[in-house]
Design a protein around this ligand. Structure first.
Ligand SMILES: [Zn+2]
Length: 62
């Protein structure tokens, strides 16, 4: 069975393990990072920004 790799919408790395968040693929590393980061953390803001951008892209393609 062929395992399909998905490109993470945040870090752009291809990964087999992960989850869909707002119809965007999120790799295990980014999923964990978002869960563990504090809202005050600059990295958290960066992740949120990536998610926001990807959602905008989805809206534009429809
Ligand atoms: Zn990622």
């Amino acid at each position: 069975m062929r395992i399909s790799r998905q490109e993470c919408g945040v870090c752009k790395h291809e990964s087999v393990q992960g989850m869909y968040l707002m119809s965007m693929w999120l790799c295990k590393d980014c999923e964990r990072a978002i869960v563990e980061l504090e809202i005050e953390d600059a990295s958290y803001q960066w992740y949120v920004e990536q998610l926001r951008k990807s959602k905008m892209n989805l809206l534009l393609t429809h």
